[in-house]
Design a protein around this ligand. Sequence first.
Ligand SMILES: CC(C)C[C@H](NC(=O)[C@@H](N)CC(C)C)C(=O)O
Length: 732
Amino acid sequence: MTDKEDPKKGKEKRGTSKEVCGYPLSIFFIVVNEFCERFSYYGMRAVLVLYFKYFLRWDDDLATSIYHTFVALCYLTPILGAIVADSWLGKFKTIIYLSIVYAIGQVAMAVSAIHDITDTDRDGTPDNMTFHVVLSMVGLFLIALGTGGIKPCVAAFGGDQFSDHQDRQRRTFFSVFYLCINGGSLLSTIITPILRAQDCGIHSQQKCYSLAFGVPAALMLVALVVFIVGSGMYYKAEPQGNIMLDVCKCIGFAIKNRYRHRSNQYPKRQHWMDWAEEKYDKLLIAQIKMVLKVLFLYIPLPMFWTLFDQKGSRWTLQATTMNGHFGSLVIQPDQMQTVNPILILTLVPIMDSVIYPLINKCGLNFTPLKRMTVGMLLAALAFVCAALVQIEIDKTLPTFPSTSQSQLKLLNMGSETVTVKMPGNDPLNLAAAQASNEYFTFEAGQIDISIGHPEVRNTISLAKGQRQTLLIPSNITEEWLMTDDITSKPQEGNNAIRFVNGMNTTVNVSIPAANFGLIEPFSYSNYSLIKNGKVTFTLWSGSQSCEYSTDFGFGSSYTFFIPSTLVFGPNCQESITAAEDIKPNSVHMALQIPQYFFITAGEVMFSVTGLEFSYSQAPSNMKAVLQAGWLFTVAIGNFIVLIVAELAKLPKQWAEYVLFASLLVAVCFIFSIMAYFYTYIDPAEIEAQFKKNVNEDDEDNKHKLQKTEVEMNKRDSIKCHDEDDKDKQTKM
Ligand SMILES: CC(C)C[C@H](NC(=O)[C@@H](N)CC(C)C)C(=O)O
């Protein structure tokens, strides 16, 4: 047995590794490795859905399902990595091997995104999509295996570098580790979307997904190299056999044995695991008890992640209904998510150097489990904030028709004012080229309308549950046109825009991002979705053109009217009128900052503490397994989001936020009771005690053995003497 393999010598080894300011130098390589790995993971994830949608040409549903399946897989594979590390390869080798798998996966993704590989006709689109789909799916599978597999090992391996007396340093390590996770992810989520937006290619220039995946692949290779460079400095605890198999067998035996001795005639044992004592080592039984105690405590924890992971879904959707103008800076709805890592980078040092020491000074014993409880309450508070913001947003949303109602707007395409009479409304004067300010709501399916002077009457049919616009022609005796308008806010903060052509010639309207096509006289275009910001439309009629510029906010809808009186040329802008069908979002995105603040403060108290707690309470041979158990709570949390959102189906979004907050408070209450009964242990001390007892027993046994041997020898020598005497006697 080498020094490194001997668990008893492990502590000495850690104590003698090179130290800087009381910290083992080896952890520098581990935190840099984590930074690069998280850069790689989050960078790739940031552009994944867009890759599915625009490169592989999948629809939204398929893209979202595959994305979530991939994320869930990344939190299920830690179990696999942990078992391999603790039972077979050890953490060091597992990290190396799985990092190689991970890097291959990232390279496969980057290659799968090179459109030129199969673009035989050189038109800019891949001609063999199966190749790209298969390669990217293989890549994602390898990445999930790699990132999930190494995740529990890296954290536990970092923890292993500290000696038992370095509790404080180890706690700081887990905080720095968390900072690196968030530093890496923050940088990559900013950088990779920029890389994706570049054009690249050999035969034709396309959006550069290969570069957006290539840089994370390079960072994963850097992570691997950095980790290998530190190799000589690590303390590498060797695996102690197939521990997971032993654990399963031992638990199985305890259950069977307990069942066999279920009758009252057998005395009860302190713990049901004690029923394994007949066959298994007391140390193994004690270690299993430690793990089970912590795993039991984990049962309520997935609820925290259920709320936490809605940042990327529900909260981002909420942001799409908000106004993202921060002065001259425009924040896109999905960019709001970067507030989380930014706040982590500021809150972790503040908590560690100010808040926790202050609480300590006040004489309060802020134990890890208490911190985690407070973290859960903060997450619930974040959801209360989200509900309040939602209530504010709901106030600004348009009232769309119910399924039994119809809504109608009017647009006067003529060059004179007209008076419109509709049932249940006062007569309305509509100026030339103007639309009514609002939609009128009707319960009946058909209404009588009279327009102009002398009046022209008409009965028009309205579509139930729909919004429509009545286009009043300049000659009201001609056919009246009805358009179908949108009945929900445009998705992702976009603006839904269309044009109505009141001219008697065909008009073509275009902008670089969209083409409204040819609009026939007295007709209208389809809606096009346009991002926020300044946009210049170019209108063409024959060889004449007109430029119309306007600034869009988020989530609005407009109908632009081209009047018959439009004169093409430099001053045409004033003639075009805009009817605001849906107002732009007015509630500011900054209102989401409190909810981000509370969820992140909750994360620091819950997740950073939980990471360290999972390490410190795990027996030496199951550190990675318990880290994987901790990550498993994240996977379950993600599944709960899907289940609760599906089952609850609440009509109001704010009510769903309140439901989630209440569920977490209830779960937090249960957790605090469980935490109250939990007694903190020092696994190293317990293990040392067991080993000492075994050694003492061994010593006793040795003594007994020696005594027996001496006695046996004595007896033998007496026997020999006797036989010698006998011999002598016979010889004589
Ligand atoms: C489940 C978490 C322990 C995962 C952790 N995530 C974070 O630290 C987030 N604050 C990052 C952010 C970019 C979503 C991780 O290890 O990635």
